[in-house]
Design a binder for this molecule. Structure first.
Ligand code: CA
Length: 437
């Protein structure tokens, strides 16, 4: 464990009572940032902090002059309609604001009466994509997913030779990244019918989700410079849940030889609250390589990465079909996995991304790639759970799915938990598929 301070003390409680419940995603030890306004209004978008079932409105905190000193400038940047400026300020400013917010929200804090005016219930708010995303890069860091999907296409040779040497990725599309609650029509595209040799243009028939984490870049790097492993963590701002919606039939036809394109660029959904790397510090775990696998080259290796480069984050996928909604039966669990099983760490992804001199910008978004666990029921996408669409998944109410159907809402949830530590949750990342237009 590293970087623990007073803000991680598991005994801290907040004067916002809902933050103190055992099952809250947003206790005082979390303090994730997002951008919000009251739903149904034309109020300006501004930064906020999730605390229990409330949002602390950072623009209101500024007006109330409840936070001063070293955190005042970071507060100003974090209260704006996009977090890019705050992201660019770096770890010193991030921790100054975190410390000030932790002190202001603690039970017994001196400014409680004034700050209570700055709370907005989360149920009354609408959320925005929290930063202007210049570039979106999607990695492929789960060896279990890469092997399972590779086996569908290449039974004899599922894992390509580069996989164990570098965190492979492609450049995604930033303009279609939306926040939880995103609703989008089923994409259309070129599809090669089974057994045919002429493609047709029409609605995707094999629409899938991909269970991923996203990472926002905080501090960028100059074009031509590289970020070494020892500095990589200082460039990472925080994590969200990310659904890399994928049209498998469009993908199968278009992907060779340049990789995914229109099969991915129609929608990507992220959760609205960015959980800071600081909040995740108590859940860092060792990163290891299985016996017999190659060790990383020196530019992708560091002692700190080995001792605590990985993060223990439990992930879940839920589905709510139209029938479940109609019958109010609640969503059904599709799968669970854990980010600690990732073959590569965020530091390795960032160091690799800049290893050729590529410049990253504040607000750039990385996707981790589908996070599947080692067991067959831990697949992070339907293409795995349904064995390429050949074995339908049976849901609790008897419905079956091979791929996502119109009206389905797919929701990701994630949390870090341990007996002697505060629960650090991510909230929800939900998206709904509408009929093709
Ligand atoms: Ca992906």
């Amino acid at each position: 464990m590293t970087g623990l301070d007073e803000t991680h003390d598991p005994s801290l409680v907040s004067w916002v009572e809902s933050a103190n419940r055992d099952d809250s995603d947003f206790p005082i030890q979390n303090l994730p940032l997002g951008v919000f306004r009251r739903a149904g209004t034309d109020e300006p978008w501004r930064g906020g902090v999730a605390i229990g079932d409330q949002i602390l409105d950072l623009a209101a905190v500024r007006r109330l002059r409840a936070i001063r000193g070293a955190a005042a400038e970071p507060l100003r940047a974090a209260s704006s309609a996009s977090l890019n400026t705050f992201m660019a300020m770096g770890p010193h400013a991030w921790s100054a604001l975190r410390r000030a917010l932790s002190r202001a929200l603690r039970a017994g804090a001196p400014a409680v009466t004034r700050l209570a005016e700055a709370l907005v219930p989360q149920r009354d708010a609408e959320m925005a994509v929290p930063a202007t995303i210049g570039d979106f890069t999607d990695f492929y860091t789960s060896i279990h997913h890469a092997t399972a999907v590779g086996r569908l296409f290449r039974p004899d040779n599922p894992l390509l030779p580069n996989y164990k040497w570098l965190p492979i990725a492609y450049h995604g599309r930033a303009s279609s990244v939306g926040v939880s609650g995103q609703r989008f029509p089923r994409p259309k595209g070129q599809i090669l019918p089974p057994g045919g040799n002429t493609p047709v243009y029409g609605p995707c028939k094999r629409l899938d989700y991909e269970l991923e984490l996203g990472a926002f870049v905080g501090v960028g790097n100059a074009l031509g410079s590289t970020v070494p492993m020892t500095a990589a963590e200082g460039h990472l701002f925080g994590l969200v849940l990310l659904n890399d919606w994928s049209a498998r039939d469009i993908q199968a036809w278009e992907y060779q030889p340049l990789g995914p394109f229109l099969a991915k660029s129609f929608a990507t959904t992220i959760s609205p609250w960015i959980v800071s790397m600081a909040a995740l510090a108590p859940y860092r775990v060792a990163w290891t390589r299985p016996d017999g696998d190659p060790q990383p080259l020196p530019h992708l290796d560091s002692p700190a990465n080995r001792t605590h480069g990985a993060i223990d984050i439990a992930l879940e996928v839920w589905i709510e079909t139209e029938r479940m909604r109609r019958e109010s039966s609640g969503p059904a669990l599709l799968s669970r996995s854990n980010f600690r099983d990732s073959y590569w760490t965020w530091a390795q992804m960032l160091a690799h991304h800049t290893s050729n001199g590529c410049n990253l910008m504040p607000g750039d978004l990385f996707g981790s790639g589908t996070q599947s666990g080692p067991k067959p029921d831990e697949g992070g996408a339907l293409i795995e759970l349904s064995h390429g669409g050949k074995q339908p998944v049976t849901l609790a109410n008897g419905e079956t799915r091979t791929f996502v159907e119109d009206g389905d809402t797919i929701t990701f949830r994630a949390a870090c938990t341990a007996p002697d530590r505060a629960r650090i949750g991510f909230g929800a990342c939900a998206g709904t598929v509408l009929p093709a237009t």
